[in-house]
Design a protein around this ligand. Structure first.
Ligand code: TMP
Length: 215
């Protein structure tokens, strides 16, 4: 059984996931719910240490399989230290990226065998899948322009641009992969047009949450 109050946001670079996660959390809190916002890779102290190994350094630092194992190690820590405890306290959990990012980045884009990902997912996630996944969809060029701007804005010291250095086709593959997952799992996934204004995207997300989940 998927976890009722567990929502994930997925999408390519610059789709606005973290902003929308905050806006959704604020709306849920207005309704009187308690919310934990978290992210992957990371979301717990140990998992954040592993995140640094994943997002820093050269694009070919790890083989796709090693990278997937690091991601699932972080995910194990995140689920046991942050996500499951929050759900068990009765909170909502909004997570910026989760399993679909592994399917898209390591699977579709980096060519890691889908069965490896699904086996690891069975071991680490088991039944604790999100009840709703919001796929923030945006043309690749628009997303990269936004992501690039964000990296420049953050100025020196930012090393989390490893993925942004990869070619445009990589990002097109990612986009197709997220849309394919959404088509294959319409009960869990909702595609949101992330090209609209922040307010419009937030309204579309809120409509999906209201229709699909018990508020
Ligand atoms: P972020 O920029 O959205 O915080 O994500 C960090 C990077 O980690 C992003 O480029 C995608 C990558 N990533 C994977 O490759 N596989 C995964 O399973 C996850 C969760 C993230």
């Amino acid at each position: 059984m998927p976890r009722e109050r567990f929502i994930t946001l997925e999408g390519g670079e610059g789709a606005g996931k973290s902003t929308q996660a905050r806006l959704l959390a604020a709306k849920l809190e207005e309704k009187g719910h308690r919310v934990t916002i978290t992210r992957e890779p990371g979301g717990a102290p140990g998992a954040e240490l592993i995140r640094k190994l994943i997002v820093d350094g050269d694009a070919d630092r790890w083989t796709p399989r090693t990278e997937a194992l690091l991601i699932f190690a972080a995910r194990e820590d995140h689920l046991s230290r942050t996500i499951r405890p929050a759900l068990e306290r009765g909170e909502w959990v909004i997570c910026d990226r989760f399993i679909d990012s592994t399917r898209a980045y390591q699977g579709a884009a980096q060519g890691l065998d889908r069965q490896v990902i699904e086996k690891l997912s069975e071991i680490v996630i088991g039944e604790d899948m999100p009840a709703l996944t919001l796929m923030l969809d945006l043309p690749v060029e628009a997303g990269l322009a936004r992501a690039g701007k964000r990296v420049e804005d953050a100025e020196a010291g930012v090393t989390e641009d490893r993925y942004e250095k990869m070619e445009i086709e990589f990002h097109q593959t990612l986009r197709r992969a997220f849309l394919d997952i959404a088509r294959a799992e319409p009960g869990r996934c909702a595609v949101i047009d992330a090209g609209k204004s922040e307010v419009e995207v937030a309204a579309a997300i809120w409509a999906e949450v209201g229709t699909r989940l018990a508020l």
